[in-house]
Design a protein around this ligand. Sequence first.
Ligand code: ADP
Ligand code: MG
Length: 678
Amino acid sequence: MRASLLRLELGIATFSDLLQHYPYRYFDRRNICPIASLRPDMDYVQLAGTLTNIVEVGHGGKRRMEALLYDSTGRIDLVWFGGIQWLKKMLHDGGNYYVFGKLSEFGGSWSLTQPEMEVPGEDTLAGQMQPMYNTTQKLLQRGLSNRSIGKLTQALLQQLAPQDVPEIFPEPLLQQFDLMGRYESFGTIHFPRSEEYLQAAIRRIKFEELFASQLVVARARQQHKQQPGYVFARVGAYFNDFYQHHLPFELTGAQKRVLKEIRQDTAHGQQMNRLLQGDVGSGKTIVAVMIALLALDNGFQACIMAPTEILAQQHFNSIAPLLAPMKVPVALLTGSVKGKERKQVLAGLADGSILISVGTHALIEDQVRYQRLGLAIIDEQHRFGVGQRSRLWKKSELPPHILVMTATPIPRTLAMSLYGDLEVSVIDELPPGRREIRTVHRNEHHRTRVMEFVRQQIDQGRQAYIVYPLIEESEKLDFESLMAGYEQVKIFFPEHKYRIAMVHGRQEAGERQRNMERFVRGEAQVLVATTVIEVGVNVPNATVMVVESAERFGLSQLHQLRGRVGRGAEQSFCILLTGNKLGDDSRLRMNIMVQTSNGFTIAEEDLRLRGPGDIYGTRQSGALRFKLADIVADATLMEQTREAAQSLVASDPGLQHYPGIRALVENTGQTPFWGKIS
Ligand code: ADP
Ligand code: MG
């Protein structure tokens, strides 16, 4: 019964789970506090005294037990809601007890709710650093308090011999990183002898967690490296002609470096899996085009995939003219390319007459055949599933080289976990002449002035975005606020003088696209939108980004939105409109946005504020689920485990010599002792 509750409530099914139900904090029980010296800022306290006035009050679910505790300095109320049967047997009037619990103040007097009671000298946990475990209301009612979990764990540890928890790391690794042994660290984390031992145990266990996840990544990476791929040996006419005659500007140093990295990667007969990170506007498109030309020079086709129709269309619109003078056959393939046109594109891809294709995931649907696909470039990867990536592999004899591009800067530690199996290139330099976007934070009181400012910009011939939040849970509400916003915008921008386009998720794809295009072509001066415009959209003439209810956006998202402006020669502005009252967190986010435009800084801050779960849709990612380790706080340790994991995999890819480590990674490592709790 208790066993099944443990499993249901805390996911503890085996002894190993119990051992890994780590304390969330420790309380130093060597201190006993006189009641007279209690202070409101204390949370958990230990008292010692005599118990009186034990009474049971209430009925059924509201039943509780109360008592008074005295010491020589004062008195305090004790209240219990759970485990009453057991308490009745254990507690008696006039008895002396150690009492441990969370202090609260009510109506000027002190009380402890659900305190743990101990008879001095009897089977005691007092006098040590006492572990505190998460428990639940249901468990408490069954008498499984924090303290009884401690006792269970203590009993388990007493039965465990060192050989039951064998060391899995080789001695040199333990020494190199100064790690506590495995057996000792499990014992220590529950019942530490001292703070110093505790820290060493925590470090060992974190190391193991991070090491396991880095090992998974290192093995995947090793496998990629062994994957044969096409050889792009030549730099030929396509690439050179473009470079010498058709490149519209001088490449930045970062763009050149990245091109070199990619060329290296594709030249040696191994398949490339590379992530290209570059802040919005850093010029990834031209890099993509040039790598595609490299593929052509070596007799291959290339495809460029975007997550949405609008973006695919836009890529096509910017790429096709670049290549037109060289007469490179380029085609667009999306869901809305239909009928005869579609047939032609499919035929061209299959017979190899179309060399570069731009599109959505329509490019990798089953019926699409390529004559010789050698390279796939995927833009804004976080919207592409892993499954889609693997579908690509089937499009060619050998898997094509893959270049994933993202404008979402990913903090290094996160990238190590999520994309650690990919090689990484970074464009960390913006094209010259780019002006910093001026960012301000305004509230409702300033709305009229903000709109007047936007109107001035438009009267000077510029365009503006006004973006509304879209939060899935209340789609209807958001839609209404978007519509209300639209009506309001119309007041500031009367129809006889201004054109407003609107795009949102409830429109048909076709309608959305037509509205978007009106803005892209400059026919509409204002685009009222939900976040569907978040990624990639490029309208150099747009100089103002107004974000409505900006406090409802995360930092990374705000940064993405801001990146929609500042793409032309004119000074651009980002105006974050929020409510008048803001929480600390929201205010902090607004300040960060105002202060910095560095995407990596913002991504790091976002990670610190929100944790990895909410960002980048990584909630489900097992790569980030750690019991103790924290990818923000333990970045250094993570770097160390990454190195260690890579060198281990390099020396022994199958982990033949390290069965314990292999078991850790493959999650099968149960020695007989680690059976189910019954
Ligand atoms: P992103 O990395 O966000 O996809 P783009 O490739 O769309 O950025 O480039 C943004 C803008 O900068 C485009 O208008 C592009 O033509 C221009 N651009 C790219 N590289 C350079 C460069 N080296 N010098 C000048 N302008 C450039
Ligand atoms: Mg882009």
